[in-house]
Ligand binder design. Structure first.
Ligand code: NDP
Length: 476
């Protein structure tokens, strides 16, 4: 099913965003991800009548901005038909640019007042500047239909996320605040829900009686790639686990929402995260490591600590793992192991559900009785069910077989899906305020234990599977 054709909140002509105002027009996110994502939407006719406005502190001419839009639209132009090309040209030609300091009191509100509403303000700014820009806004000057689109990181801890939520709540209603999580596209979210809740063979066994553990792994083979300025202050736990993997976990663990309406779905996500915690006092509840020099696919990778812009004394981890408990009836006793790292041997982006062993295998079978595993791969979305069957040759010997399937995807890029939700006023994919705070609450005890040196910072050579002491991993 193409979920994009089945919006739960149908686009209403009165609530659809008329103007997309991107703050940080000259920035990396805008050029590399936002504008190409928007271009796909425009090409597919999903941004009809939209006016694009860029703003930044650079004194750009309209032509300079339009040239940037043009080059970011290039990829979408290549595969566009005549109507798509006309739509892309239309958005580019109608696009304007304003030079302004968004932190100046009233400057942003004055600009917004001149634009046709509803306006979506996309804060593609450094987080500290976004916060100053919000402080410089005032509710009375902002139509309530204005959408505020906030990038990650949302705050730096629970208290700052709460303060930012309070600030935003004074400006517009919660449903008009989009806290972006581009990690899971709409197709992936609904693929997980469809798989879990539309299949009788899965839903009844999806609990602690039948599932032994759940792992969510996002291993990258990329290293720092010149991102020290951001990454060295964040690390793998904040960058990936706090912001993205906890959401994947929530989708895997939530109770069935009654409908796919954002309220029902996000209530269930909120509920499962509220029940989640890490017992940071337990030394087995988290691990951290940092890569040293090595090689990946014939490419040599320098020691993380020696990279320009890195402060080795910060002890920033490039590989993190935490064990989350979900303290409810369905999941008590099942570890949810979340792991993410950089410069690893193999790129992996998957959830692995390991089932408990059967209570008795008939005596007479030989071979290895391995646990049943379900692997859900993300981007591209895939499914693998690992089962024991009778082996070739000796019919009494158990052997492994894997049933594979590819799940459906959309034509939109991740940021196209983000913007699709923003323009249609559908916050289903965005992170609700209470959830943003809860994600910090869950990881804060781990960050505190790490800061006080209770968990050693281990090392692994770039291009290896991780520290030797971590073993091969349970489900590689
Ligand atoms: P950049 O540093 O590349 O761009 C920041 C932009 O903000 C620049 O265009 C800059 O303009 C503008 N800016 C800074 N101060 C002001 C000001 N006072 N008034 C107006 N404009 C200002 O950052 P990124 O694009 O990389 O990141 C933006 C946000 O997106 C961050 O929150 C980041 O965490 C998030 N993000 C980024 C990703 C990425 O891959 N880049 C991925 C996921 C999230 P100027 O240079 O003219 O000052």
């Amino acid at each position: 099913m193409d979920t994009s054709e089945h919006d739960i909140l149908p686009a209403d002509a009165d609530t659809r965003v008329r103007t997309l105002l991107i703050l940080g027009a000259s920035g990396d996110l805008t050029g590399r991800l936002l504008l190409p994502g928007l271009a796909r939407l425009v090409r597919l006719g999903r941004a009809e009548g939209l006016r694009l406005v860029g703003a930044g502190s650079d004194d750009w001419s309209e032509e300079q901005w339009q040239a940037r839009v043009d080059s970011s639209f290039e990829g979408a132009r290549r595969s566009a038909d005549e109507a798509g090309l006309a739509a892309l040209d239309g958005v580019r030609q109608g696009s304007t640019y304003f030079c302004l300091d968004v932190t100046e009191q009233g400057a942003l509100a004055t600009l917004v007042a001149t634009l046709e509403g509803p306006v979506a303000i996309y804060f593609a700014l450094p987080p500290a500047v976004s916060q100053l820009a919000c402080s410089a806004l005032y509710a009375d000057a902002l139509p309530k239909s204005t959408r505020l689109v906030m990038e990650k990181p949302f705050g730096t801890d629970q208290a700052s996320a709460h303060a930012l939520n309070t600030k935003l709540a004074a400006l517009v209603p919660e449903e008009n605040i989009h806290r972006v999580d581009h990690f899971l596209g709409k197709a992936t979210v609904f693929n997980i829900l469809g798989l879990r809740f539309a299949n009788r063979i899965l839903e009844p066994v999806w609990n602690n009686l039948h599932i032994e553990k759940v792992e969510v792994v996002f291993d990258e083979d990329l290293s720092l790639e010149n991102r020290a300025r951001y990454y060295d202050g964040a690390g793998a736990l904040r960058d990936m686990i706090q912001s993205h993997l906890l959401h994947v976990m929530a989708l895997l663990a939530l109770n069935a929402p009654s409908t796919l309406h954002e309220r029902d779905l996000r209530d269930q996500i909120g509920s499962v995260l509220r029940a989640s915690s890490v017992d940071a006092g337990n030394p087995d509840s988290s691990r951290r490591a940092r890569y040293t020099a090595g090689g990946i696919a014939g490419r040599s990778v320098p020691d993380y600590a020696a990279e320009p812009g890195v402060d080795p004394a910060r002890d920033t981890e490039t590989l993190a793992e935490i064990v989350v408990s979900i303290n409810n009836d369905r999941w008590a006793g099942v570890p949810f192991i979340l792991r993410s790292g950089k410069a690893l041997a193999v790129k992996r982006k998957e959830a692995i559900i390991t089932f408990r062993p059967v209570s008795h295998v008939p005596t007479g079978f030989t071979g290895q009785d391995s646990p049943t595993r379900l692997r859900i791969g993300f981007g591209p979305d895939t499914l693998q069910l690992e089962l024991d069957v009778n082996g070739p040759g000796d019919i009494f010997s158990l052997d492994r077989t894997v049933l594979r399937a590819e799940l459906n995807a959309t034509d939109l890029l991740p940021y196209g899906e983000v913007l699709d939700g923003v323009l249609a006023g559908d916050p289903t994919l965005s992170v609700r305020g209470d959830t943003a705070e809860d994600c910090w609450r869950i990881v804060e005890p781990v960050l505190a234990a790490w800061a006080s040196g209770e968990v050693p910072l281990e090392e692994y050579p770039a291009g290896s599977p991780g520290p030797a002491s971590w073993g091969p991993g349970t489900a590689t």
